[in-house]
Design a protein around this ligand. Structure first.
Ligand SMILES: *Cc1c(COP(=O)(O)O)cnc(C)c1O
Length: 390
């Protein structure tokens, strides 16, 4: 460990192999995985269809670069366009890269429309990544501290507040886009109201702005629809994805529609690895399995079951502020910081996360079963009760 840069407060455990929603550490202890490596392992661990597809692809070709055509990349773009109702896809390798592409695109759009200093409206408690532009768009002062000067051109508003956005439109003529997560992940599982989403879509159209949805965490079927914005029946101009897209193989995507499509030309943006054969094969297979195994419906049903189960078993517990979520993106907000629950979870054979200090975050694989849902509710409510001393 001594030669690793000290960028993570790692837990003292390492995993050797997993199957489905279960994972084993190097000492042979077994854990129920209710985190999926932060919304990444969409299909759980060691899914046979994914293993077979990436193994076969590895035996053919892994990478050729974007100097050449790649049929898998074209197929995946077609598929994502169809699933989102959008037009064009740029592939990269992570969430922050997908958001970088979206931010560059919004600025490019501004310049093409005569705005020399384009601004993007972003949300309080947002998380968009750790690169300089995405860190600047992120609404977390702690993450930004020490990295100033930040990238300029971001204006921040409270989440779910259309009036605040209207007020900015009044005096700031440089705005070209609004960027948000439909369900904020790192910010504590905060959900954009359907009315807010629809109002924002209409207002962006009225103003000629782009609507940018960061679906890096809430996309890929996790909330019960392919994309979070589909619950409100809206389509953004730009959507970004990553985390669960490749079920563990790194891949990101920036998808455009309407007035955001057709903007970039060769030379405007690029990525060496972006969308290579291995990554796009993993994503195509992930989508295929989600469809064949009905995993969005499962995410919706099991997510509801877990939320109801927790609400029931924690009903008389005073320290619980809220239990909320959509599909398999679930937050349990306590009235006090509860980071230590993560270590208690490890002891109890359960992988969970705490974000925004006080919110226990659950992001299980989309193929979590009813039994695993029950097991999660029982282990977690016990942990929370013990932690709160009730
Ligand atoms: C994780 C996350 C990112 C950053 O993704 P990386 O792959 O870590 O760069 C961006 N946006 C959201 C909403 C995320 O949850």
């Amino acid at each position: 460990m001594t030669h690793l840069m000290n960028t993570y407060a790692r837990l003292p455990v390492a995993f050797s192999h997993g199957d489905g929603s279960w994972i084993n550490d190097t000492e042979g202890k077994r854990y129920l995985d209710a985190l999926s490596g932060i919304a990444v392992s969409t299909l759980g661990h060691n899914h046979p269809a994914l293993v077979a597809a990436i193994t076969a692809q590895a035996g053919r070709v892994l990478h050729t670069s974007n100097l050449y055509r790649m049929p898998q990349q074209e197929q995946l773009a077609d598929k994502l366009a169809m699933l989102s109702g959008m037009d064009e896809v740029f592939f990269c390798n992570s969430g922050c890269e997908a958001n970088e592409a979206a931010i560059k695109l919004a600025r490019f759009f501004g310049h093409q429309n005569g705005i020399d200093s384009p601004a993007i409206i972003v949300m309080e408690k947002a998380f968009h990544g750790r690169t300089m532009a995405t860190l600047s768009a992120t609404g977390n002062r702690k993450a930004q501290a020490g990295f100033e000067p930040l990238v300029s051109g971001f204006v921040r508003v409270p989440y779910n507040d259309l009036e605040a956005i209207r007020a900015i439109a009044e005096h700031n003529k440089n705005v070209v886009a609004v960027m948000l997560e439909i369900v904020q992940g790192e910010g504590g599982i905060n959900i954009a109201d359907v009315e807010f989403q629809r109002g924002l879509r209409a207002f962006c159209d009225e103003q000629g702005w782009l609507l940018l949805c960061d679906e890096v965490q809430c996309g890929m079927g996790r909330t019960g629809t392919w994309f979070g914005f589909q619950h409100a029946g809206i389509i953004p101009d730009v959507a970004t994805m990553a985390k669960g897209l490749g079920s563990g193989i790194p891949i990101g995507a920036c998808i455009t529609a309407g007035k955001a499509a057709g903007l970039f030309k060769p030379g405007n943006h690029g990525s060496t690895f972006g969308g290579n054969q291995l990554a796009t094969t993993a994503a195509l297979t992930t989508i295929d399995v989600i469809e064949k195994e009905g995993l969005m419906a499962n995410a919706e049903a099991i997510g509801l079951m877990i939320r109801e189960g927790l609400a029931q078993s924690l009903v008389d517990v005073p320290g619980i502020v809220d239990i909320r979520g959509q599909g398999l993106m679930i937050g349990i907000e306590l009235d006090r910081p509860c980071g230590e629950l993560v270590a208690h979870g490890l002891d109890a054979g359960l992988l969970i996360n705490v974000t925004a200090d006080k919110v226990v975050r659950l992001l299980p694989p989309l193929n979590f079963s009813v039994d695993e849902g029950r097991e999660l509710v029982s282990r977690l409510s016990m942990l929370i009760r013990n932690f709160l001393g009730v």
